[in-house]
Design a protein around this ligand. Sequence first.
Ligand SMILES: Nc1ncnc2c1ncn2[C@@H]1O[C@H](COP(=O)(O)OP(=O)(O)OP(=O)(O)O)[C@@H](O)[C@H]1O
Length: 264
Amino acid sequence: MITIHNVTKVFNKGTVNEKIALNQVNLELSPGDFVTVIGSNGAGKSTLLNAVAGNFEIDSGEIYIEDKNITNLPQYKRAQFISRVFQDPMLGTAGSMNIEENMVMALRRGSRLRLRKAISHKERAFFREELRKLGLGLEDRLTTRVSLLSGGQRQALTLLMATLQNPKLLLLDEHTAALDPKTAEKVLDLTCRVADNPRLTTLMITHNLHHALSVGNRTIMMHEGRVILDIKGEKRANITIEHLLGMFEEASGAKIENDRMLLA
Ligand SMILES: Nc1ncnc2c1ncn2[C@@H]1O[C@H](COP(=O)(O)OP(=O)(O)OP(=O)(O)O)[C@@H](O)[C@H]1O
């Protein structure tokens, strides 16, 4: 269970540029919930993920993972059980290192032997097996430098690395947005498979309304720093994009302003 309780984040407090990016946000995720996050430009989606990941101190509220209050836990400590994949495929992997070196770093995250011990036969076999599941032929390229991979291959590898240690929470911040449409679909398909076995609790920001409704089991919509819609179950299964946009307008009293979302 992940609990976000009354979380507020204000940027540039007390200045003319003051911005309430999160305004008393409440959200509870059950184990295995895969929640897609949508909303207008500047609604607070990335700030929500940043708050959970510990990028900054929040102004008020609490965040719990299971029963542990992580509100004051530094980012590097949260990274032991929260994984994140960003939009930029360059961010999640080290381009100058090869595939198996990247994977061993991810596998041994938090271990003192992280960099010192050579990669074992068992680890190598495990990497091959995991890479095979991606269906991209990377299992035969363990010693290929990651900088030589395509954006899609690199993002797929990042996703795999982010889930090797079965995190308690997976944060996906528009992780397919920088890919061409065909590759984006592939990586999204992969995301569903990776997050399903074992079932990972996941928050995924997307600007693609079709993806928002077709992936995962729940969709939240944000507007002006608040969660204004939370749709799941049968209601979500039967909803159309037009209906969703209508619900947004009704709940927010405004038309959705997100160019990328409407163009997707
Ligand atoms: N570090 C920061 N300093 C000042 N203001 C910030 C900072 N980060 C975000 N903001 C502001 O907080 C608000 C919420 O931003 P956020 O990036 O969370 O929105 P978003 O929903 O992810 O938007 P988008 O879909 O456009 O990426 C915006 O007005 C943004 O300009």
